[in-house]
Design a protein around this ligand. Structure first.
Ligand code: R5P
Length: 292
């Protein structure tokens, strides 16, 4: 098997290849003078099994993925690993005339070439997987976050999810380790504004406790900042934050630190400085199982 690293996931691709003891193909990416992206796979992939690894955080990331799928058309088997599948928060038409971005992205990926299997990690809304017309699998990084928290030896951590959408993630991080957990209520006012409420019935008190807020995505950090401020007001002790996909835009990190967060960690589905948890072993394990 050859791993084809996309522009946005080079480090993760190298880590996955190391786990699998297989080759990372060399690729060339450059811009034409007008800004268009040029992509070339420099290895001979004819009749090879290839796995493309490319997250979609930006428009260019999507173009790069589409180009890579096209470039490997002579491979005998093509798997596409999209560790962070962006655009899926626009998963339905909220207002007339809006694009269902998740569907548009899924359609464009599937139409880019012959794909055997697509893999994603903690997709924001699993329902969008129906938009892919090839075999699609979702991997769950929540246990890795649970392991990381356990290793950090934070005394009696309470795991908090900001909203119902994070309920399953929160439970999967907390329950296997026997951590207490609860989920708050969030109302999104706009892309920039969120309102956090305590659930009608708070199942536990955070006073004097160390808290880990978990979420699938942190973008502007406003959700986490609101939650952190509320938990501080409730007397929480240290506040840690863990997410699967660290998008971190618009000064997200300083915003969360200002709200009283002590530590922020993410996985490497998006390569950032705070990617302290690698999904490489989990991905490699899945690729090994599927090649048997
Ligand atoms: C939305 O429901 C997601 O799970 C995250 O809570 C959201 O994307 C976080 O966005 P931000 O960091 O901008 O508040």
């Amino acid at each position: 098997m050859k791993i084809i690293p996309g522009m946005s996931a080079h480090t993760l691709a190298v880590r996955i290849a190391a786990e699998l003891d297989c080759k990372v193909s060399s690729c060339e990416f450059k811009r034409f003078p007008d800004g268009e992206l040029y992509t070339r796979v420099l290895d001979d992939i004819k009749d090879e099994d290839v796995t493309i690894v490319q997250s979609i955080r930006t428009d260019s990331d999507l173009i790069c993925l589409l180009q890579l799928i096209d470039a490997v058309e002579e491979a005998s088997e093509t798997k596409v690993f999209v560790p962070y599948l962006g655009y899926v928060r626009q998963d339905k038409r909220f207002e007339p005339g809006e694009a269902i971005s998740a569907r548009a992205i899924a359609r464009s990926i599937c139409a880019a070439g012959v794909i055997d299997t697509i893999y994603v990690i903690n997709v924001h809304n699993r329902a969008v997987l129906k938009y892919f017309n090839v075999d699609t699998k979702e991997l769950n990084a929540a246990p890795l976050i649970g392991n990381y928290i356990a290793k950090r030896e934070i005394p009696h951590p309470v795991i908090i999810g900001p909203d119902e959408g994070a309920a399953e993630l929160t439970k999967t991080v907390a329950a296997p380790r026997g951590f207490d957990y609860d989920v708050l209520e969030k109302r999104r006012i706009s892309g920039e504004e969120v309102e956090i409420k305590l659930p009608k019935k708070l199942s536990l008190s955070v006073e004097g406790k160390n808290v880990v807020i978990v979420d699938d995505i942190i973008s502007t950090g406003r959700t986490i900042s609101e939650v952190a401020s509320m938990l501080r007001a409730q007397g929480a002790n240290d506040i840690h934050v863990a997410c699967v996909h660290g998008v971190f835009v618009q000064n997200a990190v300083p915003r969360m630190l200002r709200a009283g967060v002590k530590e922020i960690i993410a996985t490497d589905t998006i390569e950032v400085e705070l990617s302290k948890i690698s999904v490489a072993e989990m991905v490699a394990g899945e690729l090994k199982r599927s090649s048997k």
